[in-house]
Design a binder for this molecule. Structure first.
Ligand SMILES: [Mn+2]
Length: 324
């Protein structure tokens, strides 16, 4: 396949580097974060490079993607001469290793809100997943694909497109998926496995769904995940994005959001359609993300105060859209 110029530039920076390489992604790792980190780390290790995947523990439904001991715990210091590869996020939100201590920082991301700052930067919001960008880097590195390499890569593409249902699913995403399947990934098995949830998850889902409410004349749908619900459910390690996924298709709504109570405040995950931008809503709240899916953390607020802030931001966005 033809290499996009930026992928070649990233691959060259990795090939030119002699020393250790640490590969990291964002806080609260998702399928794309884990998939990107595993794919690039495995490809670099195939080339004999001293590469390590550094990541906090991913949600339990994704853990099958990593080998035993394949993920190293986050570190506060880096060995001298370490190249840090930051994937699927901007430097500020990266977790695993301090980018200030790296000899060189490479950043590959598909979030349009990425402000840059890396030595070698490739940001392109037109990609459905960061793993698609990493796949182009792997091609540029010249590492041949096999199932072990392709599986986490396809998993990231599947999770970031909602198994090819979201509006970011395009021909390029489907073609990349086809090539990854050609590399030996059993699609049906992977799809099935990615959707396994802890038995306690379904009870938690019922409690979260009992909070569903419509605001702003039915244009917004909100749900809560409280600390108490979390404490009661053994399913805590599962993916809370699943919940907002359940309500985002409520007819007549333009914005769906979950308010997740955390010890430090409230994390909101927002989804949008019909010209409304979850990204603008979340940027207004100090967060970031994609146009159709974004998030923000409202530090120091309780659920009621966070809801008020969120609804004000949604109302402002809806007014903006209405004004055309
Ligand atoms: Mn992503």
């Amino acid at each position: 396949m033809p290499h996009h110029e930026p992928a070649t530039r990233v691959a060259q920076a990795l090939l030119d580097h002699d020393g250790p390489i640490a590969v990291v992604a964002h806080v609260d790792p998702d399928g794309d974060a884990l998939g990107s980190v595993l794919t690039l780390t495995r490809a670099l290790r195939r080339l004999g490079r001293d590469a390590r995947a550094v990541m906090p523990e991913p949600p339990r439904f994704l853990r099958f993607l990593a080998e035993e001991d394949e993920l190293a715990a986050p570190v506060t210091e880096l060995a001298p001469g370490t190249l840090l590869a930051v994937l699927d996020t901007e430097l500020r939100r990266a977790i695993g290793a301090p980018h200030e201590a790296a000899a060189l920082v490479v950043n590959v991301d598909h979030h349009g809100t990425n402000p840059g700052g890396a030595d070698v930067l490739w940001v392109d919001a037109a990609y459905a997943s960061a793993t698609m960008m990493v796949a182009e880097v792997v091609d540029a590195l010249g590492v041949p694909w096999d199932a072990h390499l392709a599986k986490p890569c396809l998993a990231g593409l599947m999770t970031d497109t909602g198994h090819f249902r979201f509006g970011n699913t395009d021909r390029r995403a489907l073609e990349r998926a086809g090539r990854l399947i050609d590399a030996g990934v059993a699609y049906g098995e992977l799809s099935d496995r990615l959707q396994w949830r802890h038995p306690a998850y379904y009870g938690l889902l019922a409690r979260v769904m009992s909070t569903v409410r419509y605001r702003l004349d039915g244009r917004a749908v909100l749900i809560d995940l409280t600390l108490e619900m979390r404490a009661d459910a053994a399913a805590d390690g599962d993916d809370a994005d699943d919940f907002v996924q359940q309500v985002r298709y409520a007819e007549g709504t333009v914005v769906a959001a979950i308010l997740k109570e955390r010890p430090e405040g409230v994390k909101v995950s927002v989804r949008s359609r019909a010209g409304a931008s979850a990204q603008r809503i979340c940027v207004a709240l100090g967060g970031g993300g994609h146009v159709a899916a974004a998030g923000a953390t409202l530090t120091g607020l309780d659920l009621a105060a966070a809801e008020e802030r969120l609804l004000a931001a949604i109302a402002a966005e809806l007014a903006e859209v209405a004004a055309g």
